[in-house]
Design a protein around this ligand. Structure first.
Ligand code: GLN
Length: 523
C-alpha cells in the first residue's frame, strides 16, 4: 500500500535515511521540491520569492544519477540525492550568479566555488540560487535588485538578510537545506526571524574560494536548515581545508554530525553556559527576551551550569564593523569595472573613455546601499583618516577578541538572543540605515573574532506570534560544541512545543499545497 504524504516536510537526515531504505527516490524528492517552489515561490510581485534561479533540469539529472547509482549498489555520500539551494553570492558553473545586483545580471561563472564542487561531489542536486540583499549588504533582502523575498510566516514581512532567500526557502519547505554566507549575521539573523536553524562556522571552516567577496576578513559560508542535525550534515559536506583559500583552516575539522547526534540524546551536565550581559536588555523586544530566558531555563534543566559573563567592548563592535566592512568592501568591489565581466553601460559612444564607462556602469549597476558603503569605506581608508577610522576599528576588533577569550575562560558556550526583534514589516527600516544595521548588534561580535555561532528557534514572541532565535557562540574551531548544545536544546524545546515551530506558520498553511504521492512508503 502506498500513502500520500508531503515529501517536502522531510528533513535532510530523514530524506537520506529513507532513500537508503528504498522508501523514496531522489527524483521524487527533487520533483516534490520543484513542485513546492512552483506552488509558493511566485515572483518579485507575489509569493515567497526565495529563488532567483531554479535549476530544475540539472537537479533532476543529478537525482536520476543518484537513484541509478543506488540501484547499482554503489556506495554513496551521506547527503547524496538530498536537494540543496545555494545563495546567489556563491559561484556556480553554468548557473547565473548575480549577488542580488544588476552589475552581475546574466553573469554565468565559468567555475564552481569550492563548496559547490564539494556539494556536487557529495551528489546533492542543486535546486538553484537564492535571493539576497545586493552584495550581501543588508538585513531584510529589501536591497536585492530583483525585489525582496517574503517571510513565509507573514508575507508582509522581511525574511531577514542578507541571506533571506536561503532562510525562506528552507522555512517554506522549498528546500530541506540551503547554503548561506555570514559576514555580520546574514545566516543567523534570517534563521532567527524565519524560525529555522543557521550556522556561521569558525572563520576559515568553509572555503571562501568562489564566494563573491564582501569583507574578506569576516565572510564565512555556512548551512541553513530546519534542524540542528540537518545543518551539521550540510556543514560537514561543505567544510574542511581548501588549499585555494589562504585563510582556510588546516587540520581536521570537528565532527559536527557526531556532536549533533550525541546532543540530541544526551544531557548538558558539566557544560558551562555564559549569558552575555551586554547582549540583551534595552533595544530588545520583550517577547524575544522572554523566549530567550525560557530557553536558558531549558539549558539549565538539561544540566548546564549557567553563569553571567561580561564582554564590555561588544558595545563598540557594531561601530567597528561598519568601518572594517565598508573598507574591505570598497576594495573588493573595485573589480566591478565594466571591463572584464558583468554589466557595461555607455560604451556605445566611440569617444567614451574607459573611466566614463566605468563610472556610468557603477552608477547604474550598484544600488544605494552598496554605494553608501563604497563611499564610507573609501573615506575610512583615505590618507589622513586611515589611522583614525580603520586603524581604530582594528583596535576595537582586538578588544572584542580579548572579551571572547576572557568569556570562554568562564564558559564553554555563550548565549544571547540572535536578533533584537522578530521580523519587521517591509519598508519599516529601509530609510534608516542605522535602524537596519542594529539588527546585527548581537551577531557581529562573532564575525569580528572569527568564532562560530548558531541560531535556533527559541519560540514565538507574544506580541506578534513570530519566531525568535537564540544564539550560541563557541571558541574558534569548537563548532562541535554548538551542535551538541544546540541539539540538546532543540530536542527539549520540540518536546515542549509538541512538534516543530514551523508547523504553526500561518502563511504556509494558506499556500496551495500539492498532494504528492510516494511509492513504496509504508501505509
Ligand atoms: N546585515 C549585515 C550587513 O549588512 C550583515 C551582512 C552579512 O552578514 N553579509 O553588513
Amino acid at each position: 500500500m502506498s500513502t500520500s504524504r508531503d515529501l517536502t516536510r522531510l528533513g535532510a537526515a530523514q530524506m537520506a535515511e529513507e532513500m537508503a531504505a528504498g522508501d523514496v527516490s531522489s527524483v521524487e524528492l527533487v520533483e516534490a521540491a520543484l513542485a513546492r517552489i512552483d506552488a509558493v515561490d511566485g515572483s518579485a510581485e507575489a509569493g515567497v520569492h526565495a529563488f532567483l534561479h531554479v535549476a530544475a533540469d540539472e537537479a533532476l539529472a543529478v537525482a536520476r544519477s543518484v537513484d541509478e547509482a543506488r540501484a547499482a549498489g554503489e556506495p554513496l555520500p551521506a547527503l547524496a540525492g538530498v536537494p540543496v539551494a545555494v545563495k546567489d553570492v556563491v559561484a556556480t558553473r553554468g548557473m547565473p550568479t548575480t549577488v542580488g545586483s544588476r552589475i552581475l545580471e546574466g553573469w554565468v561563472p565559468p567555475y564552481d566555488a569550492t563548496l559547490v564542487e564539494r556539494l556536487r561531489a557529495a551528489r546533492t542536486p542543486l535546486l538553484g540560487k537564492t535571493n539576497m540583499d545586493e552584495f550581501a549588504m543588508g538585513s531584510s533582502t529589501e536591497h536585492s535588485a530583483y525585489g525582496p523575498t517574503r517571510n513565509p510566516w507573514d508575507l508582509e514581512r522581511i525574511p531577514g538578510g542578507s541571506g533571506g532567500g536561503s532562510a525562506a526557502a528552507v522555512a517554506a519547505y522549498e528546500a530541506p537545506l540551503a547554503v548561506g554566507t555570514d559576514t555580520g549575521g546574514s545566516i543567523r539573523q534570517p534563521a532567527a526571524v524565519t524560525g529555522t536553524v543557521g550556522v556561521k562556522p569558525t572563520y576559515g571552516g568553509v572555503s571562501r574560494y568562489g564566494l563573491v567577496a564582501l569583507a574578506s576578513s569576516l565572510d564565512q559560508a555556512g548551512p541553513c536548515a530546519r534542524s540542528v542535525l540537518d545543518a551539521a550534515l550540510l556543514h560537514a559536506a561543505m567544510g574542511g581545508h581548501d588549499p585555494r583559500d589562504s585563510t582556510s583552516l588546516a587540520g581536521r575539522a570537528p565532527d559536527v554530525v557526531a556532536a549533533a547526534r550525541d546532543g540530541a540524546t544526551g544531557d548538558l551536565a558539566g557544560v558551562r553556559v555564559g549569558l552575555v550581559r551586554e547582549l540583551g536588555g534595552e533595544g530588545y523586544q520583550a517577547g524575544v527576551q522572554a523566549r530567550f530566558a525560557e530557553a536558558v531555563d531549558v539549558l539549565r534543566e538539561a544540566g548546564a551550569e549557567v553563569v553571567e559573563v561580561s564582554a564590555p567592548h561588544f558595545r563598540y563592535a557594531l561601530a567597528a564593523y561598519y568601518l572594517i566592512l565598508p573598507s574591505e568592501a570598497s576594495s573588493n568591489l573595485a573589480k566591478f569595472d565594466a571591463m572584464r565581466y558583468g554589466l557595461r553601460v555607455g560604451d556605445g559612444d566611440p569617444q567614451a573613455t574607459a573611466e566614463a564607462v566605468m563610472s556610468a556602469t557603477r552608477e547604474a549597476g550598484f544600488g544605494d546601499e552598496v554605494k553608501r558603503r563604497i563611499v564610507l569605506g573609501t573615506y575610512a581608508l583615505s590618507a589622513g583618516y586611515y589611522d583614525a577610522y580603520y586603524g581604530s576599528a582594528q583596535k576595537v576588533r582586538t578588544l572584542v577578541q580579548r572579551d571572547f577569550a576572557a568569556a570562554f575562560e568562564r564558559a564553554d558556550v555563550l548565549v544571547s538572543p540572535t536578533a533584537p526583534t522578530t521580523a519587521f514589516r517591509f519598508g519599516d527600516k529601509l530609510d534608516d540605515p542605522m535602524a537596519m544595521y542594529l539588527n546585527d548588534v548581537a551577531t557581529i561580535p562573532a564575525n569580528l573574532a572569527g568564532v562560530p555561532g548558531m541560531s535556533l528557534p527559541s519560540g514565538l514572541a507574544d506580541e506578534d506570534g513570530l519566531p525568535a532565535g537564540i544564539q550560541l557562540l563557541a571558541p574558534a574551531q569548537a563548532d562541535d560544541r554548538l551542535y551538541r548544545v544546540g541539539a540538546a536544546l532543540e530536542a527539549r524545546l520540540l518536546d515542549r512545543w509538541g512538534g516543530p515551530l514551523l508547523d504553526r506558520a500561518p502563511a504556509l498553511g494558506s499556500f496551495p499545497r500539492r498532494d504528492l504521492t510516494t511509492t513504496g512508503a509504508p501505509a
